[in-house]
Design a protein around this ligand. Structure first.
Ligand SMILES: Cc1cc2nc3c(=O)[nH]c(=O)nc-3n(C[C@H](O)[C@H](O)[C@H](O)COP(=O)(O)O)c2cc1C
Length: 395
C-alpha cells in the first residue's frame, strides 16, 4: 500500500487526496450532485438524524459481519455500486476496483458506461460480478449487453431506472466538462494543472490502447471519450415502462435487481414484474434534486416487500455506522459509489481496499458499542429514532 493511501484515516481523507490528484472537472463530476445539491447534502444529513442504542456489558469479543446474499456468503455487508468513470480516475480503474472487491469478498457492479469491457473484468478478475444496465431508446441494443453479460458469467443484472431524462449538473457546464468530451481552455488548463493524473492515466492510455472508450457499448457504438454520437444521448430513455423489465426478466436467468427505487409502490411493482431485489437509491443525489434520502425511504419499502425480495440500499454511506443503521432498518446489503472511487483515484486497488477496510473496521466498532456480536442480530430495536417522519413505533 502506498504511503499516501496509508495516511488516510477515513473515506473523507481519500476524497481530499482525490481532489488533489484530479482535474477539477473530473473531481467534481464524481463528487457533486445536481442543481442545488439538496439531495446530496440530505443523503448525509439523514444519517445524523438517526441514532443507535448502545448496550453495555455484553461479550462482543467475537464480531461477525458476514452475510449470505442470494445463497452466497460475503465477508461484509457491503457492495460496490456501478459508476461510469473508474477507468478515467486510474488506469484500468475498473479492474483495480473489482480486484479490491474480490479480495474483500464482496460484490462488484460494472457500469454500462465503463472504460473496461465486461468480458475483460470477468476474465482478469472474476469474483462476484454484477452488471448494471442502462436501456437505450433502441432496447435491442441493451438486449445485446444482456446476452454478453450472461455469456461472461455475471451473476446479477442491475437495471437502473432512475434517469428517464438527463440531470442538470450546472457545475459541469461551468467547468467546461461536456459529454462527450471536447477540449476547451477551461478543461485543458485543469488537466495541465494535474500532471500526475495526466501522465499516469491519460498518457498511459494514449501510449497503450488509445483514448478510453465505453467498452461495453455494442460494436459500432463504442465511442472515444471525445467522440460525439447520438448513441450516448439515447441511453436516457423516457419511454421505458414496466413491460420492458418483464422482457429483461424473460431474457435473464440470473438475479434481476432494479436500481433507483424510492417508494413502496415502485418496489411492489418491481417484485410483481419478477425482480429478485430492489436497490433503494437516489443515484447518490446526482439525478433528481428533490428526491428523498434512501435511508429515509428504506423502512416503508422493507415493510412493503422485505419478506418477498432482497432490499439493498445506497447513496451517502460514508461510515460503518451508516451501514449498521441501514441493516438495522432491514436492508440486506449496502452499496457504495464515491468512497471506493476516491480510493481508486488515489491508489488503484490498494486505495479502494483502504476505503473498504475503513467500512469494515467502523462496522466492527459500531457492533461492539451496540452489544451486537453479529450483523444478523441487528433489528430496529437498535435504532433510537429514524428520520423526522418515521418514529421507531411507526416502523
Ligand atoms: C461518478 C459516478 C458515476 C455513476 N455512474 C452510474 C452509472 O453509470 N449507473 C448507475 O446505475 N449508477 C451510477 N452512479 C450512481 C451509483 O451507482 C450509486 O447509486 C451512488 O454513487 C451511491 O451514492 P454514493 O456515491 O454516495 O455512495 C454513479 C455515481 C457516481 C458518483
Amino acid at each position: 500500500m502506498s504511503d499516501r493511501v496509508k495516511e488516510a484515516l477515513n473515506v473523507f481523507d481519500l476524497r481530499e487526496m482525490a481532489k488533489d490528484r484530479l482535474p477539477k472537472w473530473l473531481f467534481e463530476y464524481v463528487d457533486r450532485g445536481t442543481e442545488d445539491e439538496v439531495a446530496l447534502r440530505n443523503n448525509r444529513a439523514a444519517f445524523e438524524r438517526i441514532k443507535l442504542k448502545t448496550q453495555v456489558l455484553v461479550d462482543v469479543s467475537q464480531r461477525n459481519q458476514e452475510i449470505t446474499l442470494f445463497g452466497k456468503q460475503h465477508k461484509m455487508p457491503l457492495g460496490i455500486s456501478p459508476t461510469g468513470p473508474a477507468g478515467m480516475l486510474y488506469y484500468k480503474g475498473e479492474i483495480e476496483l473489482a480486484r479490491a472487491a474480490k479480495a474483500a469478498g464482496i460484490p462488484f457492479t460494472l457500469a454500462t458506461g465503463s472504460q473496461t469491457s465486461m468480458e475483460e473484468v470477468a476474465r482478469v478478475v472474476g469474483g462476484t460480478l454484477w452488471f448494471q444496465l442502462y436501456m437505450w431508446s433502441d432496447v435491442r441494443m441493451s438486449h445485446i449487453l444482456v446476452e454478453r453479460a450472461k455469456n461472461a458469467g455475471f451473476e446479477a443484472l442491475v437495471v437502473t431506472v432512475d434517469g428517464p431524462v438527463d440531470s442538470h449538473r450546472e457545475y459541469n457546464i461551468r467547468n467546461g466538462y461536456t459529454v462527450p468530451f471536447s477540449y476547451n481552455r477551461k478543461n485543458t488548463s485543469a488537466v495541465l494543472a494535474k500532471p500526475g493524473w495526466f501522465f499516469s492515466v491519460l498518457m498511459r492510455y494514449w501510449m497503450t490502447t488509445g483514448m478510453p472508450r465505453r467498452e461495453n457499448y455494442p460494436e459500432g457504438m463504442k465511442e472515444k471519450f471525445t467522440h460525439v454520437s447520438s448513441a450516448e444521448r439515447k441511453t436516457k430513455n423516457d419511454t421505458l415502462a414496466w413491460n420492458d423489465l418483464k422482457v429483461l426478466r424473460d431474457m435473464w436467468p440470473g438475479k434481476l435487481l432494479v436500481k433507483g427505487i424510492l417508494t413502496p409502490k415502485d418496489a411492489q411493482l418491481a417484485v410483481a414484474h419478477g425482480a429478485d431485489g430492489v436497490i433503494v437509491s437516489n443515484h447518490g443525489g446526482r439525478n433528481f434534486d428533490s428526491s428523498m434520502a434512501p435511508i429515509e425511504a428504506l423502512a416503508p419499502i422493507v415493510d412493503a416487500v422485505g419478506d418477498r425480495t432482497t432490499v439493498i440500499v445506497d447513496s451517502g454511506f460514508r461510515r460503518g455506522s451508516d451501514v449498521v443503521k441501514a441493516l438495522a432498518i432491514g436492508a440486506k446489503l449496502v452499496m457504495v459509489g464515491r468512497s471506493t472511487l476516491w480510493g481508486t483515484t488515489v491508489g488503484g486497488e490498494a486505495g479502494a481496499a483502504r476505503a473498504l477496510q475503513f467500512y469494515h473496521e467502523e462496522i466492527s466498532r459500531t457492533l461492539a458499542y451496540l452489544g451486537c456480536p453479529s450483523v444478523a442480530d441487528l433489528t430496529r430495536d437498535c435504532l433510537e429514532l429514524v428520520g423526522a417522519s418515521h418514529t421507531p413505533a411507526a416502523m
